[in-house]
Design a protein around this ligand. Structure first.
Ligand SMILES: [Zn+2]
Length: 287
């Protein structure tokens, strides 16, 4: 009898404890939420916002951009497995948004390091300082310095019995427009976007990009490809759309497409196995 009473009492105490615990948790989360809202809604606040930021996200990273803060937080919620460095890099590239949305004009002051992709476009009247490559190099046109280094690269390859020829260099806005619209009518927008740039976003308009030998996946299995992978960086050229990086570059793997960025940057990108987007937002982008 006595034992039963004790068990009853214990049960009551236990249940009371649970009720108190749950109440405290509910009150805490409600209070915490309100506090955050209040901080955000205040017109003038001294430091609290900074404190809230710091707690959720490491703002001390070198390429952190204050204006992108809300986007970092939203992207981190979707990709909790990414490091803060990766979150910052990817959001700075624009990967939290769909391709071809929030387009910005290419910053032409970047010179040979300009970025032209599905978030940055060239003016439709932009034409680089072009030179003819000459038939020995496959013909077509490239920007002056890109052409000079393309020739150096092709000459070096020739010494190793490898033929390197430009099959597509500079492409004007109107040519790109014509090509893209043709692909769309054949394949639809979604498919065309995976391999053809919308006008103004084609790297070929910069005069710094070259398609080498032949535009085909099988180019990957040629001696010329093997030679380029090992040596192109020495002449300032990078493989622009590497395998497995479509989610960053916006393009399927293109073993034939190379981009001139200068020897120093090309070497760095080659050694660190970066896409140009990652390099650009980490070292060039002014936040
Ligand atoms: Zn190309």
């Amino acid at each position: 009898m006595r034992l039963k009473k004790n068990v009853k009492r214990l049960l009551i105490v236990f249940i009371s404890l649970i009720i108190v615990f749950v109440s405290v948790m509910v009150w805490k989360s409600y209070f915490g939420y309100n506090r955050l809202e209040n901080t955000k809604n205040k017109d003038t606040d001294d430091e609290p916002v900074y404190v809230e930021h710091n707690r959720e996200f490491d703002i001390q990273k070198s390429n952190y951009i204050e204006a992108n803060y809300e986007r970092y937080i939203a992207y981190k919620k979707l990709h909790s497995d990414y490091s803060d460095d990766t979150i910052i890099t990817y959001v700075n590239i624009g990967l939290d948004r769909d391709f071809y949305t929030n387009m910005e004009d290419t910053d032409m002051s970047d010179g040979y390091l300009i970025i032209c992709n599905k978030f940055h476009r060239l003016k439709n009247n932009y034409v680089p300082n072009l030179v003819n490559l000459g038939s020995a190099y496959g013909g077509g046109q490239l920007e002056k310095k890109a052409a000079e280094y393309f020739k150096k690269m092709a000459d070096a390859a020739k010494k190793d019995n490898i033929s390197i020829r430009n099959v597509s260099g500079y492409r004007s806005y109107s040519t790109q427009s014509y090509l893209y619209n043709n692909y769309v009518s054949q394949d639809g927008v979604k498919n065309a976007d995976r391999y053809s740039a919308r006008p103004g976003t084609s790297e070929h308009q910069t005069g710094l990009a070259t398609d080498i030998n032949y535009v085909s996946d099988s180019f990957e299995y040629t001696e010329a490809y093997k030679w380029l992978i090992k040596n192109s960086y020495k002449y300032g050229y990078i493989l622009r759309y590497p395998k497995g990086k479509e989610f960053i570059t916006g393009y399927m793997y293109e073993p034939w497409h190379y981009r001139y960025v200068g020897e120093e940057v090309a070497k760095f990108i080659y050694e660190n196995e970066l896409t140009y987007e990652e390099y650009y937002v980490t070292y060039i982008l002014k936040g």
